[in-house]
Design a protein around this ligand. Structure first.
Ligand SMILES: Cc1cc2nc3c(=O)[nH]c(=O)nc-3n(C[C@H](O)[C@H](O)[C@H](O)COP(=O)(O)OP(=O)(O)OC[C@H]3O[C@@H](n4cnc5c(N)ncnc54)[C@H](O)[C@@H]3O)c2cc1C
Length: 480
């Protein structure tokens, strides 16, 4: 019976892939959802994991649990390294390195995006970004370790360096992270330390353009700037990171070059599409855009391949930003197109996007939202932000758990409950070893596409995010 049904392979269980999978729940198809993680990650709340507010489990439910009631779907933990569009086979690697082949009748590629250092890959060694649960945990360990080192430091210069945090890029992620580090340093941690006054921390936000939240309305930019400054954050606009090492960052600003001594640099400046976008583009002979995204037809199919769809952060379509709502809406749309095709309906309407606005938090009770043509700031925006994010989390347990954890962290104990590090993690963080090992870790999805792949077990099957957000801030000069 397996093999008889229409086989849909979905690459990526993020916003796009999961919504496409769920849209096919009532279709006579066999869906294989393949992801290199076992969870659906709600990236908009990742910064709260980095700040020790939320535990990762609340924002990253297991994919196979999410689709447990969808009998026509199965989930595989594997990393896709190639797609043979002619033979209609996805090539992947299992966690132990064994090859896996997944033949398909219809393909949906929703592999998302990754960090972009704008050609300055050396920066990856010194300024980790945040895209995965591992990244967020790594940032959290790093931030907390620096406060521990400051407590131990006897030399004032040393202590000042441990207490200097530089966030590069003032898009929503950069602003949110900066706000959280400021709350940690100035409000949460001071009473917990004895030797060091964490309120002495310097928190610097770098942005290459003339304002924070570059793609938001000016009113919201002004509010965000004021709030951050009120919290004690130093904002450097028109400032580009031009160099960095383990102990410093060099910035080119309006007043020339400046080297800031710091042990913590965090990258929130740019993203680029998954390498799978380039791989597919090369195969079909099209160019990716500057963000590495592949162009698709108005119905989200790859040019020349009506059986292959690409959605979400890896595509450039109608100038949509790489945010959750386009991925969600494209996922649902593609599910409908596939069902219409199976029902024999010819011709499909092109994808149309419903804009739901943008929002970002700055800190406790401070947020900005641009929705329904109105710009909202402060507590009303904060409540809107909280409501939308909770609604879009998957599962009632996670929603209630998040509300409870927020109430505890922000109102009851005014603490961050998820701050566990150890001697080993701290040592690893502060020596920079872990950054290096991550930076040079080979990425299987960049592996040579024509590596021989043996036939393997491939047959048989076993919500939406917040309002859209504009692209990240930018803080490095781009290489030509
Ligand atoms: C820190 C952060 C905060 C954000 N905040 C917001 C926000 O507040 N609002 C908003 O609208 N948007 C936000 N975004 C953007 C939003 O999360 C993305 O636009 C959205 O996740 C895109 O969905 P997607 O399905 O295209 O990709 P993703 O959700 O990234 O999913 C891609 C999936 O593909 C898998 N994958 C990748 N490569 C492979 C491979 N080779 N083999 C197998 N699996 C693979 C990944 O593991 C992942 O599960 C944020 C992003 C980040 C990083």
């Amino acid at each position: 019976m397996a093999g008889m049904r229409h086989r849909v392979v979905v690459i990526g269980g993020g916003f796009g892939g999961l919504n496409a999978t769920e849209a096919l729940a009532d279709a006579d198809v066999e869906v294989t959802l393949v992801d290199r993680t076992n969870h659906h990650l709600f990236q908009p709340l990742l910064y709260q994991v980095a700040a020790g507010i939320l535990p990762p489990g609340l924002i990253a439910p297991a994919l196979r649990h999410v689709v447990r009631d969808q009998r026509n779907a199965r989930v595989l933990l594997a990393e896709v390294c190639d797609v043979n569009l002619t033979q209609k086979v996805v090539h992947a690697a299992e966690p132990d390195g064994r090859p896996l082949e997944l033949p398909y009748d219809t393909l949906i590629v929703a592999a998302g995006a990754t960090h972009s250092y704008f050609g300055k890959d050396k920066f990856a060694e010194y300024a980790p970004g945040m895209k995965t649960v591992e990244d967020a945990r790594y940032l959290r360990d790093g931030i907390l370790s620096k406060f521990e080192m400051a407590e131990l430091a006897s030399d004032p210069q040393d202590r000042a360096e441990w207490l200097t945090f530089v966030v590069i890029g003032a898009g929503p992620t950069g602003v949110e992270l900066t706000g959280q580090i400021a709350e940690l340093a100035y409000q949460v941690l001071p009473r917990d330390f004895r030797n060091v006054d964490t309120a002495q921390a310097r928190i610097i936000l770098l942005e290459g353009t003339p304002d924070v939240l570059p793609s938001f309305h000016q009113k919201l930019q002004r509010y965000t700037r004021r709030q951050l400054e009120k919290m004690g954050v130093e904002i450097r606009l028109n400032a580009l990171a031009v160099d960095m090492d383990h102990d410093s960052i060099t910035v080119q600003g309006p007043n020339g070059l400046e080297t800031i001594r710091t042990r913590t640099r965090i990258w929130a400046a740019g993203v680029q599409a998954s390498p799978l976008a380039r791989l597919l583009a090369d195969k079909i002979g099209v160019e990716t855009d500057r963000a590495g995204r592949i162009p698709v037809n108005p119905d989200c199919t790859l040019p020349g391949h009506p059986e292959a769809f690409a959605i979400g952060d890896i595509v450039s379509l109608n100038r949509l930003a790489g945010v959750a709502q386009p991925a969600i809406q494209e996922g649902k749309y593609v599910g409908q197109v596939i069902k219409a095709r199976l029902a024999g309906q010819a011709g499909t309407e092109p994808f149309t996007y419903q804009d739901r606005g943008s929002m970002a938090t700055i800190g406790h009770k401070a947020a900005v939202a641009d929705a329904f043509g109105r710009q909202v700031t402060g507590m009303p925006a904060y409540l809107m932000w909280g409501f939308v994010h909770v609604v879009y989390l998957i599962g009632w347990g996670n929603r209630l758990g998040t509300i409870y954890t927020w109430a505890r962290a922000l109102y009851l104990s005014k603490n961050r409950g998820h701050r566990i590090i150890s001697f080993e993690t701290a040592g690893y963080e502060v020596s920079g070893q872990r950054t290096l090992s991550r930076a040079i870790r080979p990425r299987p999805d960049r592996a040579a596409p024509d590596s021989p792949v043996s036939p393997a077990s491939a047959a048989g099957p076993d919500q939406p995010g917040p309002a859209t957000r504009p692209a990240q801030g930018s803080s490095v000069p781009e290489d030509p």
